[in-house]
Ligand binder design. Sequence first.
Ligand code: NAP
Length: 287
Amino acid sequence: MGEIIRGKLVADRITEEVKLNVESLKNEGFSPKLAILRVGNDPSDLSYERGALARMVKCGIEVEVFELSDDVSEDSLIAHLEYINNKQDINGILIFRPLPDHLNEDRIKHFISPAKDVDCFSPDNVAKIIEGDKSGFSPATPSAVVEILKFYKIDLSGKHCVVLGRSMLVGKPVSMLLLGQNATVTICHSKTKDLRSICKMADVLIAAVGRAKMVDESFIKEGAIVIDVGINMDDEGNLTGDVNFESCINKASMITPVPGGVGAVTTAVLAQHVLKACQDSLLFPGH
Ligand code: NAP
């Protein structure tokens, strides 16, 4: 039976490190603070917000939530963003995406300050991931995948990583981060032919498709490491990943559960990014 990867262990380690650093910043008179900008009351946004609030409390990071109605105009949202960009006491901004259909993300993303963009919405930070420039911010979930692999001492150099999914939120950035760790990366999507055979070649399979339990043991090779990013509801209303855990556990060498895997680490990485944004603001004031 494969080893079950425990996201909580990874999250606890990151939280402890962030907390110590936040304490020393506070001793010097600086208090890291995150702004959450939420449009509407989508249940998955609210659930993530609760998790993020709890994590920031554990780390000693302050949070201010800006709640906008789901019919907010694009100009009003941008005005809020500019207000938060200019607020000296705020170091990081998290905007829940996808935004409602009437809001053009491709326009809005240009208005978030890259220095405060802790979840990689701005094109500046997206470009930095592709360039392998670590001075920016990668999105929290893809970074959580990499943190898990590092914590479990999985050396990615030369390994074949197959990423299922090519979204801007998960698939593409995680692929770039894995490439940065010297993995050989194959990206699959809904038009990929012979998906199973490609997945079966993976030393490390990252599932980010948003299809409950799609990946069963026929997608993985013996001894593969399986990282499940998916967060879905099954027919009974239970939280479930993109991987059929029961089917894969005996064939995989290591596997993340859902819940308790990647999701548990995401908010810890977000806290890490708020800390970095605060530290950067002291090193490069006015940046
Ligand atoms: P998304 O934007 O819907 O993208 C899904 C990707 O999967 C697309 O690239 C799509 O291909 C591909 N795909 C869909 N069905 C497929 C199929 N049958 N075969 C092969 N590829 C298929 O989703 P996302 O935002 O990346 O999120 C993916 C999953 O991660 C979701 O379950 C989401 O809830 C979860 N998530 C988790 C966290 C966390 O903290 N753990 C954070 C964010 C998201 P095309 O591009 O061809 O359409």
